[in-house]
Design a protein around this ligand. Sequence first.
Ligand code: SF4
Length: 220
Amino acid sequence: MKLADAISLLRKRYGEAALPPVRGPWQWVLWENVVYLADDSRRAAAFEVLRQNTEFEPEAILDADDDALLIATSTGILAKQQAGKLRECAQIALDDFHGNVDIVLDWPPIKAQRALRQFPGIGTPGAEKILMFEGAFNQLALESNGLRVLLRLGFGEEQRAYAATYKSVREALGTQAPIQCAELTQAHLLLRQLGQEVCTRTKPNCDNCTLSRQCPSSSA
Ligand code: SF4
């Protein structure tokens, strides 16, 4: 099955995926760190509280008292840990970016990725995702749900290490005609949604999957 065909079917099923309320790499860094393991609606609520309390300014995050940060991070688990991570992010933003993390959009992708990986919670897939959503990386970045869906659709092979699996899937995608840059974010979000709601890790619901007729792993 071609990736573009899978995305087309998912779009028919789910419609256009809503974009997160995030603008620019710095906000993405905060989006990823504001809560730990929360769903999108709780993450968005925490993000909005952080916006109201700090305007996302690195200095304001560093100067904020514990309560001002905890009221945002306690939307998820490990609230104190995440408040510490927000402060760590702010310190890195000031020390290494003079407060302007969004400058990475002017840099070559490899340099930009390396810079973003300095922040807590941002690995290679996360850095690629940030740049892809900001139109500065022209390949499909994946998180774990989308990666699982593509593996089951026959792209790449599962390896012992997550990074090796990710590389295998990306290499398999590389043999296909690239989809348009603007479509990459939709592909990311729609594959993630299918992985979260239908093609789950332990019990894929193939009977209710819009890709079941084309999927080599389907049990339907
Ligand atoms: S048919 Fe089943 S295994 Fe294939 S993508 Fe859908 S839910 Fe996943």
